[in-house]
Design a protein around this ligand. Structure first.
Ligand code: ADP
Ligand code: MG
Length: 277
């Protein structure tokens, strides 16, 4: 791995759930522009690791340092404020909202930045109330909100464009009606629209067929080519081989191997864990 300073440094993370030691002494580094993959069998602690990094829950012990800031005790909103975005293993789009509306949601922090209730966003109910308030306000074309909304519209236009012609014809469609791959694109777009410094993806191709998997892979290759930094949890070997600069292999909550993808693939321990030897 490169000798430049890491933007994300994870040291000795531990997490148990009522007796299940889900993550056991995990340490990893991600450098700017790098794609790091975490692979491993089901239940090996991959999602738990990404969930701690993105602040969904905090570790029992250990450190998470992002661009020099300790974030291991941060809540999810604070983690997204420092520039870490994520997508979920089961895919999360707001099905009754259009593609454009879902993308706008990714900018809601930008949209609410000038609002006095911003400090209350940590409280989920208030957060949603403020978001609803924003959406209503956005319908009233006051001089200030018109300018803000123009910025939001530009952001959404650009995001849609970044997906070639995949999302363009779907912009006003409710997202529940989209293909798996387009739902994923919408979710990735929503995560990327506020220009995070790190994108965490938890099994972005879960439940997809080969064509959809390839499409999402191409999307991520494009993000990589643009210099984005990614943490990718995945268990499809071909997918991680194509995308990752560095691979970390988990089994039973621990890291059993790490290295360049080509080396990891040949590691007998990894073959063993995967083939259930
Ligand atoms: P992976 O993503 O590699 O499939 P997970 O991180 O989801 O693995 O799970 C690791 C272990 O932790 C599993 O035994 C799982 O059942 C347990 N686990 C994960 N999340 C929770 C939770 N919120 N509550 C209880 N147990 C959990
Ligand atoms: Mg998982």
């Amino acid at each position: 791995q490169a000798s430049r300073p890491a933007i994300l440094e994870v040291n000795h993370l531990d997490k148990s759930f009522s007796g299940v030691h889900a993550v056991n002494d995990i340490s990893l580094r991600i450098h700017k522009g790098e794609t790091v993959g975490i692979i491993g069998p089901n239940g090996s602690g991959k999602s738990t690791t990404i969930n701690m990094i993105s602040g969904l829950f905090n570790p029992d012990s250990g450190e998470i340092v992002f661009e020099g800031t300790h974030i291991e005790h941060f809540r999810q909103t604070a983690v997204s404020d420092v520039g870490i975005a994520r997508t979920f293993q089961n895919g999360r789009v707001f099905g009754s909202m259009s593609v454009d509306e879902n993308l706008e949601m990714g900018l809601h922090k930008v949209m609410t930045a000038s609002r006095p209730w911003k400090g209350l966003q940590d409280y989920p109910v208030v957060k949603w109330a403020s978001l609803l308030g924003e959406l209503c306000l956005s319908l009233i074309p006051g001089p200030k909100s018109r300018k803000e909304m123009a910025g939001v519209k530009d952001g959404v236009d650009q995001s849609v464009k970044s997906f070639g012609d995949h999302l363009e014809p779907m912009r006003q469609h409710q997202t529940y009606s989209l293909s798996y791959a387009n739902k994923r694109r919408t979710e990735i777009g929503r995560a990327m629209i506020a220009e995070p410094h790190l994108l965490c993806l938890d099994e972005p191709t879960a439940g997809m067929n080969q064509t959809e998997t390839t499409e999402v892979m191409e999307q991520l290759l494009e993000l990589k080519a643009k210099g984005h930094t990614m943490l990718l949890v995945e268990h499809k070997m071909d997918f991680v081989m194509a995308l990752c600069d560095w691979l970390v292999v988990m089994d039973n909550g621990s890291i059993i191997a790490e290295g360049l993808p080509a080396d990891v693939r040949r590691n007998p321990k990894v073959i063993n864990a995967y083939l259930g030897g």
